[in-house]
Write a protein that binds this ligand. Structure first.
Ligand SMILES: C[S@@+](CC[C@H](N)C(=O)[O-])C[C@H]1O[C@@H](n2cnc3c(N)ncnc32)[C@H](O)[C@@H]1O
Length: 329
């Protein structure tokens, strides 16, 4: 039998109140609104279109969490709470807001049981369509997702650029390359390499702009399209960064098959993921997409069905490794 402390620890771990209170605070913009101008729930409620008594309950819990503090003029955001603000520049606001890609997707955790029962993503149960279709239909979600991807990469892009000898590749195809921040960094560090990025049209448009802004327009082509369709042929390397973990095995096979078909014999497929990453992240991939972070052995087995032979696994940065496969045929 566990101790009372253990029971309390489990109670805290399983509580939904605090995570949801923080997310609702972010969604209502409270950390920014109360940063320099203290206000009461009654002051704030009409402008926010919320119930004043309910808002007061929320603010009281936020004060308990030290996110806001009580002053004579009402509640004011603390230095700790300011980290949740849109302008804090740490990406948290974009992850927690109910109407951003990640914040909205996390709400599907209410249907985790469905995912565990079926192995399917919970996202479509809640929203009636899959994550990528939702992003295509709501540009502000796509914008938030691309920003999230760019923010997260800031810390480890230089490690990935330094961790691979990219100069071996005259042409590099970045498959599902998002807004292109990694491809831009690789091309900047390797003047002899040309790039070709493929992503869905909305992201591709952002990538075109970014690559042009970085002065790489003449060395980088961008195609708006699906990686389930034939990919640009003849590349020396095909890059998949944090792509396969978004998909179940059947779809991951299809993506690898497209790479293997497009690549000449001897070319490389580089998979950058976090093999054996975090258990929490695995559940996120399951609920949002029906995917998971696969270990190196699983990735090697998946790839071997397409004549891709694992040559090396190199830890780079951000918990990620580069798995380099050689195309054999
Ligand atoms: C997790 S993000 C990774 C983006 C980029 N590789 C990076 O590391 O920042 C997955 C990418 O796959 C793209 N994607 C999803 N479905 C796609 C499809 N059918 N065809 C092409 N790209 C797709 C998304 O738009 C997104 O940019």
């Amino acid at each position: 039998m566990g101790t009372e402390d253990d029971v309390q620890a489990l109670r805290r771990m399983s509580g939904l109140v605090t995570p949801m209170a923080l997310r609702v605070a972010v969604t209502l913009g409270l950390p920014d609104r109360l940063r320099d101008r203290p206000a009461t729930a009654h002051d704030l409620a009409p402008g926010l279109g919320v119930d004043p008594l309910a808002l007061d309950l929320l603010l009281a819990h936020l004060a308990f969490l030290d996110v806001v503090e009580r002053t004579d003029a009402g509640y004011r955001t603390t230095g700790f709470g300011a980290l949740l603000g849109a302008e804090a520049g740490n990406g948290l606001n974009n992850l927690l807001h109910h109407d951003t890609a990640a914040g909205r997707a996390d709400l599907a955790f209410a249907d985790l049981l469905h995912s565990v029962r079926t192995g399917e993503p919970a996202y479509p149960v809640r929203y009636g369509r899959d994550f990528w279709t939702d992003l295509a239909e709501q540009p502000h979600l796509r914008e938030a997702f691309d920003r999230q991807m760019t923010d997260r990469m800031c810390n480890w892009v230089s490690g990935v650029v330094a961790g691979v000898d990219w100069s071996r590749f005259a042409t590099l195809v970045d498959v599902g390359g998002g807004r292109g921040s990694l491809l831009a960094a690789v091309l900047e560090a390797n003047p002899g390499t040309r790039g070709h990025l493929v992503d869905l049209e909305d992201s591709a448009a952002g990538a075109r702009e970014l690559l042009r802004e970085r002065g790489l327009g003449d060395r980088a082509e961008v195609t708006g399209g699906s990686f389930f369709d034939p990919l640009p042929p003849g590349g020396d390397a095909y890059l998949l960064v944090d792509v396969l973990h978004n998909w179940d095995d059947e779809q991951a096979h299809r993506i690898l098959a497209r790479c293997a078909e497009a690549a000449p014999a001897g070319a490389r497929v580089l998979v950058v993921e976090s093999p054996g990453g975090s258990t929490e992240f695995d559940l996120v991939m399951l609920v949002h997409f029906g995917g998971r972070d696969r270990g190196s052995d699983d990735l090697a087995e998946l790839a071997s069905a397409h004549g891709l032979v694992l040559e090396s696994v190199s830890p780079v940065a951000g918990g990620r490794s580069v798995l380099e496969f050689r195309v054999t045929r």
